[in-house]
Design a protein around this ligand. Structure first.
Ligand SMILES: C[S@@+](CC[C@H](N)C(=O)[O-])C[C@H]1O[C@@H](n2cnc3c(N)ncnc32)[C@H](O)[C@@H]1O
Length: 259
């Protein structure tokens, strides 16, 4: 566990609207993270297959009509490909996504791990070229300094908490855990969608029509790249860079940090 403080204080909004402080111990913090992971697992397990199929159909038709150029997957593959050390890869929060096919199409790592807090989502992908790892969302069963590149796509906005300070703490800890397992000089790469509610029409379409209406997903506390970069600084990364990718689903950001 990487949290340095053994006790912190949490703001509580009372029914009268007055802010007061409540002592919040490390045990409380850990218990809360475990509960949040349980909530996420239940949320992932409740996803309805038929809704996912309809959403896939819409994506297929949209792509056939508008023939989108670059996607966030291609941008990520290019970044990974430019790295010198890429023998051992970890895709964090991989869910049932097929990003690994794009990566393996370009890069030939010796080991490709896919991890997720939801066993149900993760194990929908079965492929001998990758190893699925159930991850409790707090600490991986992976040794320190053993991964060349850890990356995730659309996961950071799922790491949350009831209040802003707790959300930031959880997101920093999530990055610190990836930093722990990458080698010195290794990279941690985060790809996520820029807050789609503040985005262009395409972003709003994917968010409100595909994710909220068709997939029936709950609202999330999205970030933008400045916020993500600040989390990387707080997690202690070096040589942090970021870039934007315009896709058919709106703007994505990619942040890269070195251990
Ligand atoms: C929006 S999905 C993204 C899945 C996949 N990366 C993609 O791009 O399609 C978010 C994923 O993050 C996973 N997740 C959420 N909280 C997590 C946590 N604390 N640790 C690991 N995975 C988590 C969820 O189970 C889910 O599979």
């Amino acid at each position: 566990m990487q949290t340095q403080t053994s006790e912190s204080y949490r703001r509580i909004k009372t029914t009268e609207g007055v802010l007061s402080f409540n002592s919040f111990t490390l045990d409380d913090y850990l218990k809360e993270r475990v509960e949040l992971n349980e909530k996420e697992i239940n949320y992932q397990n409740a996803k309805i297959k038929i809704r996912e199929k309809i959403a896939d159909g819409i994506t297929f038709i949209y792509k056939a009509i508008f023939k989108p150029k670059k996607t966030e997957n291609e941008a990520l593959c290019e970044i990974i490909n430019r790295e010198k050390n890429k023998k051992t890869l970890l895709e964090e929060g991989a869910g049932n996504d097929t990003l690994y096919l794009d990566v393996l199409g370009k890069i030939k790592p010796e080991k490709y791990y896919r991890s997720d807090v939801s066993e149900n989502q993760l194990n929908q992908v079965q492929d001998l070229r990758v190893e699925n790892i159930i991850y409790d969302g707090i600490r991986h069963d992976i040794e320190d300094n053993s991964i060349d590149i850890a990356f995730s796509k659309c996961v950071l906005h799922h790491i949350d908490n009831g209040c802003e300070a707790g959300r930031e703490r959880n997101r920093i800890d999530y990055l610190i855990e990836q930093k722990r397992i990458v080698k010195e000089g290794g990279k941690v790469i985060t790809v996520d969608v820029n807050d789609p509610r503040k985005g262009n029409l395409k972003a709003k379409f994917w968010h409100y029509i595909k994710h909220r209406l068709i997939l029936g997903e709950e609202e999330h506390n999205f970030l933008d790249e400045q916020k993500a970069v600040s989390l990387y600084h707080k997690a202690g990364f070096k040589n942090i860079t970021n870039q934007k990718v315009e896709t058919y689903k709106g703007t994505y950001f990619i942040v890269i940090g070195e251990k």
